[in-house]
Design a protein around this ligand. Structure first.
Ligand code: NDP
Length: 322
């Protein structure tokens, strides 16, 4: 049994800063947007603790609280926020065409515009201690959390451009940064490698993998990182390194499976948007936030691009009506 089909002007997929900002603008433009939140309501920010770099919060803000505020702001202007997951989508190739969306395998929506804000997911190693200490010293975002480790020692896992960027960024703040590289070379571009090797307080350990994150329970019962045990995958020797922070930088996975074969993507499956806009290759379909940005990946840049997507959707609809 399927529900009847609902027709709307603007469907937003994803409830991170990009999706909610798109909703605030789309609602204020009378597009009566509906957000399908995805299963991780609020997006990646709900998995971090304190957000200190979003403008307007001088004392910082809890990531989950910030997303609740953004949701409330979107709802204030009439956005309908629905918890659920898009299970199938058929995007129209025609200007003025109708996009067909299936939610949770049964509900059907037809939308004149679709704003994709499904984000990207940071990859983790998957070891138990790493998962246990997320939020207690294990992070996947140096720009977000690096400041908490000012003057301390940290490690970065990974050898791509992201890891190289995060390690050099952290070296400016921290006492010492150690990079763990599982092979005998970095994957990062030569320019980034040069920056890594020129940074004095940054040590690179090749053929080295993270075996366990070590933690200690504090008075309040919270566990915090005290070090890591690493293994040389050639000699099988292990040793421990005392660090307060562990940054996992082994890549991100954009959440784009739904759009494969319909929307243009780059080699890493990020959606491609045209020039400075949020326009995808299909009319009436817009993308914002981390799903189309592997470079900046900040809450504030995602929010900015969400605003752009709503303005692009509004202008697209206005042009059709004329
Ligand atoms: P990449 O896939 O390029 O690199 C991932 C790194 O993590 C590699 O060194 C990889 O090792 C390592 N890794 C993966 N899995 C594990 C694991 N289980 N254990 C240990 N190490 C692991 O991801 P990035 O996020 O760095 O970059 C993604 C894309 O974005 C790239 O195309 C990159 O060039 C681009 N980018 C560009 C930037 C810029 O231009 N300023 C900045 C950031 C990213 P291995 O090499 O052995 O596979």
């Amino acid at each position: 049994m399927t529900d009847s089909i609902e027709r709307i002007k603007c469907l937003i997929i994803g409830s991170g800063p990009a999706g909610y900002t798109a909703a605030i603008y789309a609602a204020r433009a009378d597009l009566h947007p509906v957000i399908i939140t995805g299963l991780e309501m609020g997006g990646q920010l709900t998995t971090t603790t304190e957000v200190d770099n979003f403008p307007g919060y001088p004392a910082g803000v809890d990531g989950t609280k910030m997303m609740e505020d953004l949701k409330a702001q979107a709802e204030r202007f009439g956005t309908e926020v629905r918890f659920g997951s898009v299970s199938n989508i058929e995007l129209s190739k025609e200007t003025g065409g109708i996009h067909k969306i299936e939610v949770d395998g049964s509900k059907h929506i037809e939308a004149e515009t679709v704003i994709i804000a499904t984000g990207a997911t940071a990859k983790y190693l998957g070891i138990e201690s790493e998962q246990r200490l997320r939020g207690g010293g294990v992070s996947a975002c140096a720009t977000c959390d690096g400041f908490f480790y000012k003057g301390q020692d940290v490690i970065v896992v990974g050898g791509g451009d992201t890891a190289a960027e995060e390690a050099t960024y952290l070296a400016n703040i921290c006492n010492k940064v150690t990079m763990l590289i599982r092979r005998d070379e970095l994957r990062a571009s030569k320019a980034m490698q040069n920056r890594v090797f020129k940074t004095k307080n940054l040590e690179v350990l090749f053929n080295t993998e993270l075996e366990e994150v070590l933690g200690e329970k504090k008075m309040m019962g919270d566990e915090v990182v005290t070090g890591v045990r690493v293994i040389n995958n050639q000699t099988k020797e292990t040793h421990t390194i005392d660090v307060k922070g562990v940054f996992i930088a082994i890549g991100h996975k954009p959440n784009t499976e739904l759009f494969e074969g319909q929307l243009e993507m780059d080699a890493n499956k990020y959606l491609i948007t045209k020039g400075k806009s949020s326009k995808t290759n299909l009319p009436g379909v817009f993308a914002c936030g981390d799903v189309q940005d592997h470079e900046y990946r900040q809450a504030v840049t995602a929010a900015g691009s969400g605003c752009m997507a709503a303005l692009d959707a509004e202008r697209y609809l206005a042009a059709i009506e004329e």
